[in-house]
Design a protein around this ligand. Structure first.
Ligand code: BGC
Length: 730
C-alpha cells in the first residue's frame, strides 16, 4: 500500500495493537489454545498477546503458514498480517555448506547465489524473514558459532555478509522468492571471553571500530532490512539495552534504518546480567536503546503501556518501533499478498532444484591441508573408507533444522555413484559410548557401547590391513558446534583418535577426511595421516562432492577462512595480530620475546592456506611506482606459475601492512585476491590495483582515515607469505 495508506492504518491502531506489533512469539506458543497453563503461562503470555502479536518465529510449512496467517488476519482488529521469521542459515531443506566453509571459497558471489536459492525455497515454504547473515567476526575456534561466521578476516566477513544480504533480498523485496535479511548479532558477539558462549565482550575501541564492526557495516550497506542485537555485554553493558551501541552507533553513526529485533529473550536476560532490576526496567532500557521488536519475551507487552502512562518513556518510541514493523510488512508486500506465494509444490520443486547448486558449492569449500606423497587424488588403488562419517548422512551442521538426512548423499553413495570399488566400515562411534550432546530440540546420544566399539575397531583394522589406501572419515558430531557449542578442547573425539592410531599401525597410507564446524586442534592428528582434506559440514550433497574431489574429478579449491591453532592456548588467533616490540623473529634466542615457551607462536595452518592437486609458485612482487597520492593508484604485480602436472586453480592473495600509523596496525591485512586457473607449466602476471581506500582504517573515534607513510605489500598463497615489496602513500 502507499505510505499514506500505511500511515492511515497506523494512526487507527490502539496502543495495545501498536505494542502487539513489537512482540514475536514462538509458533508453539502461538498455536496454544490454553494460556492458563504450560510454557506460555510460565512466560506470562495471555491469549490476547497472541491475537495481536506482530511476528511468529519457527512456523514452517506452506500450508500451515497460510492457514495460520488467514486465521490471524481474520481475527486481528485491523487485519494486519504476521511476519514469519526463521533461521535459514546454510540453505533450508536442501542444506548448503556451513557459512565458515562458504567463506573458504573466497567467492562471495557463491554465497549470494546460495542465499538467493535458499530464499526461493524458504519463501515458497511460507517464510518472510531469515535471521541471517551472522556478521560477527570470529577468531576463536573454541566458540561453537564460528561455523556460522565468515571467519577471522574483516574484509572477507564484510564481503560474505553483504553477498548474503543481496542474495536473500534480491533486487525487489516485494517480489516473491525473496526473504528479508537480518544481520546479527550487534555487536561483538563473535569475541566472547575465552570462547565461552554468551560470555562478556571486551574489545579495544580500535579493534571494535576497525575489525568487529566490518560485517555489520557491510550488512547495512547492502540494505539488510533487519538487524539483531547480541546476547553479550560489550564493555559491561548488555548489547540489547545499550543506547550508545544501538541508538548512537547502529542507528546514528552506521545509519541503520530498518527493524531492530532483540535476540531470543535477550531483553529479559538483562535482569540476569545484573543491568536491569526487573522486567519493567528491562523493557525501558531496550526501547530507549532502540530495540523495536522483542523476540520471545513479555517485557514489552507487559510493561510498555505502563511506562508510557507513567511518563517514563515517550509515546514516540513506541510509535517509531511499531511503524518500522508495519513498514517492513508493507515492503514485503504482505498487505497485498499475506502468503507471498507460499506453495507446497513450488517449495518441493525449489528444494530439488537446489541440490545441483548444493553439490557445486560443497566442492568449492573443501580445503586440502596436507598431501604428502600425492596420495590424492585417488587412482585405481583399492581403498577402504573407514570411520563414522564413511556412511553417515548427518552432514549438515547444527543450524540446519529441516535438512532431511534421508535425502543427503553420504560419502559411500558418492563413491558408488562414481562406480569406484571400495570397502566401507564404521570403525568407531562418533563419540565415547553413552556420551550425550544436548541438541536444539533433540539430543544426540551415542548409541554404540564399549563392546560394539571394540568390534568396530577390529573390523576397521582388518579392512585397513587389506587395503592399499585408507580413507578415514572422521570429525565432530554436528551438534558439537553451533550455538551453545563452545569447547575448551576442540579436538577429535577420543574413540576416533583411537581408531586413527590403530589404523595407522597397520597401514600408513591414510587420507583423512575431516568434518567439523570449526578449526579443530590437529597437532596430534597431522603426523598420523599422509593427506588431509577438511570438508567442514558440506550439506545435503556433501558425499557426492567429496567423492568427486577424492577421485580428482574436481580439485579442492578452498582456502582457510580461519587460522588453525597449534594449541588451544593460542586462541583466539588471527594473522592480523599487532606486532609487539619483541617479535619472535627479531629476538630469536633467549626468553624475552613474544610467544610461548611450549608452543610456537605460528598457527598450525595460517589463514588463506590451502593446497591444490598441482603445485604453484609465484615470482617477486613489484610495484609500478614507488609512491602514490590521494586520488591516484598504484599497481602491484607478480607472476604466478602452475609448476605441477595438472590444470589447477589457486587464490593469489594480497596483504598490506601500514608500517607506522597513529594507531598500531596489524602485521598484515588481506586487501584483495584473485582466483587463477592455469594449465600445467603455464604462467600469468597477476596485478592488484592499490587505492587509497585500501589504506584506510577506522580510528577509535569511528573516523575513516589513510595516513601517509610507508606500506609493505605481500602477495602469495596464504597469509604467511614472505613475497613482499614496499611503497609510500603521500
Ligand atoms: C540465536 C539467534 C537466532 C535466534 C532465533 C538465538 O538463540 O542467538 O542467532 O536467530 O535464536 O532462533
Amino acid at each position: 500500500m502507499t505510505e499514506q495508506a500505511l500511515r492511515a492504518l497506523f494512526d487507527a491502531l490502539s496502543q495495545e495493537e501498536k505494542i502487539g506489533q513489537l512482540l514475536q512469539l514462538e509458533a508453539g506458543f502461538f498455536a496454544q489454545s490454553d494460556f492458563q497453563t504450560g510454557p506460555a503461562a510460565a512466560l506470562g503470555l495471555q491469549a490476547q498477546d497472541a491475537a495481536l502479536c506482530g511476528s511468529v518465529l519457527n512456523l514452517r510449512g506452506a500450508e500451515e503458514a497460510k492457514a495460520v496467517q488467514a486465521r490471524f488476519i481474520r481475527q486481528h482488529p485491523h487485519h494486519i498480517p504476521l511476519l514469519l521469521m526463521l533461521d535459514v542459515i546454510n540453505g533450508y531443506e536442501t542444506a548448503f555448506p556451513i557459512p565458515l566453509a562458504q567463506a573458504c571459497s573466497f567467492r562471495p558471489e557463491l554465497t549470494q547465489a546460495l542465499c538467493a536459492a535458499a530464499a526461493r525455497e524458504a519463501s515458497a515454504d511460507g517464510l518472510h524473514v531469515t535471521f541471517s547473515p551472522m556478521a560477527d567476526l570470529a577468531a576463536d575456534c573454541r566458540w561453537g558459532r564460528v561455523m556460522e561466521s565468515s571467519g577471522e578476516d574483516p574484509l572477507l566477513c564484510a564481503a560474505f555478509s553483504a553477498a548474503a544480504v543481496r542474495g536473500y533480498q534480491g533486487d525487489d523485496l516485494a517480489h516473491g522468492g525473496t526473504l528479508a535479511a537480518c544481520g546479527k548479532h550487534f555487536a561483538g558477539y563473535g569475541a566472547p571471553l575465552a570462547g565461552s558462549e554468551y560470555a562478556q565482550v571486551e574489545l579495544s575501541p580500535a579493534a571494535f571500530q576497525s575489525d568487529y564492526l566490518s560485517g555489520y557495516r557491510a550488512c547495512i550497506g547492502a540494505g539488510s532490512r533487519l538487524m539483531m542485537t547480541a546476547f553479550n555485554t560489550v564493555d559491561g553493558i548488555p548489547a540489547s539495552g545499550s543506547k550508545p551501541l544501538l541508538r548512537d552507533l547502529l542507528r546514528g553513526q552506521l545509519g541503520f534504518e530498518g527493524l531492530l529485533i532483540s535476540d531470543y529473550s535477550a531483553i529479559a536476560e538483562m535482569i540476569r546480567h545484573g543491568y536491569a532490576e526487573d522486567r519493567r526496567s528491562a523493557a525501558r532500557l531496550a526501547l530507549e536503546a532502540g530495540v523495536d521488536m522483542e523476540m520471545v519475551g513479555v517485557c514489552y507487552v507487559r510493561e510498555l503501556d505502563a511506562l508510557v502512562r507513567s511518563g517514563e518513556i515517550p509515546q514516540r518510541l513506541i510509535d517509531e518501533a511499531a511503524w518500522r514493523v508495519l513498514k517492513l510488512k508493507n515492503d514485503l508486500g504482505l498487505f497485498e499478498d499475506p502468503y507471498r506465494g507460499a506453495d507446497a509444490e513450488k517449495f518441493r520443486a525449489c528444494a530439488l532444484e537446489n541440490r545441483t547448486l548444493a553439490a557445486q558449492a560443497a566442492a568449492e569449500t573443501f580445503v586440502l591441508l596436507k598431501n604428502d606423497g600425492g596420495l590424492l587424488p585417488l587412482g585405481a588403488q583399492k581403498a577402504a573408507f573407514i570411520g563414522p562419517y564413511a556412511e553417515s548422512r548427518a552432514l549438515h551442521g547444527a543450524w540446519s533444522f529441516f535438512c532431511r538426512e534421508a535425502d543427503t548423499v553420504s560419502i559411500r553413495q558418492g563413491v558408488e555413484a562414481l562406480g569406484k570399488a571400495a570397502a566401507f566400515c564404521k570403525g568407531a562411534p562418533l563419540l565415547a559410548p553413552g556420551a550425550i550432546i544436548p541438541g536444539f530440540s533433540a539430543d544426540y546420544v551415542e548409541s554404540e557401547t564399549e563392546e560394539t566399539q571394540a568390534t568396530l575397531l577390529r573390523e576397521a583394522v582388518r579392512a585397513a590391513s587389506a587395503a592399499e589406501t585408507v580413507v578415514l572419515c572422521l570429525g565432530e558430531q554436528r551438534l558439537q558446534s553451533g550455538e551453545g557449542g563452545s569447547r575448551a578442547e576442540p579436538v577429535l573425539p577420543a574413540p576416533q583418535m583411537q581408531l586413527l592410531r590403530a589404523v595407522r599401525d597397520v597401514n600408513p597410507n591414510i587420507v583423512l577426511i575431516l568434518f567439523a564446524g570449526r578449526p579443530l586442534l590437529l597437532r596430534d592428528v597431522l603426523p598420523l595421516c599422509k593427506s588431509l582434506l577438511y570438508v567442514w559440514f558440506p550439506g545435503s550433497m556433501g558425499g557426492a562432492a567429496i567423492a568427486e574431489v577424492l577421485y580428482g574429478e574436481k580439485e579442492p579449491v578452498g582456502r582457510l577462512s580461519m587460522s588453525f591453532p597449534a594449541s588451544v592456548g593460542q586462541c583466539p588467533i588471527s594473522y592480523r595480530a599487532l606486532n609487539t616490540g619483541r617479535p619472535e623473529a627479531l629476538v630469536p634466542t633467549g626468553r624475552f620475546h613474544n610467544g610461548y615457551q611450549d608452543c610456537p607462536s605460528a598457527p598450525l595452518f595460517p589463514f588463506g592456506f590451502g593446497l591444490s592437486y598441482s603445485a604453484w609458485q609465484c615470482g617477486p612482487l613489484t610495484a609500478d611506482r614507488a609512491a602514490f597520492a590521494s586520488g591516484e593508484h598504484l599497481v602491484l604485480t607478480c607472476t604466478v606459475r602452475n609448476i605441477g602436472r595438472r590444470k589447477s586453480s589457486t587464490v593469489l592473495q594480497l596483504y598490506l601492512q601500514d608500517v607506522c600509523a597513529s594507531v598500531c596496525r596489524p602485521r598484515r591485512e588481506l586487501k584483495d585476491w584473485h582466483h587463477v586457473t592455469l594449465a600445467p607449466g603455464a604462467e600469468t602476471a597477476v596485478s592488484f590495483e592499490v587505492t587509497e581506500r585500501m589504506l584506510q582504517f577506522y580510528g577509535p573515534d569511528g573516523a575513516l582515515r589513510a595516513e601517509a607513510g610507508e606500506f609493505r605489500a605481500y602477495a602469495g598463497f596464504d597469509s604467511g607469505t614472505q613475497n613482499a615489496c614496499a611503497f609510500y602513500f603521500q
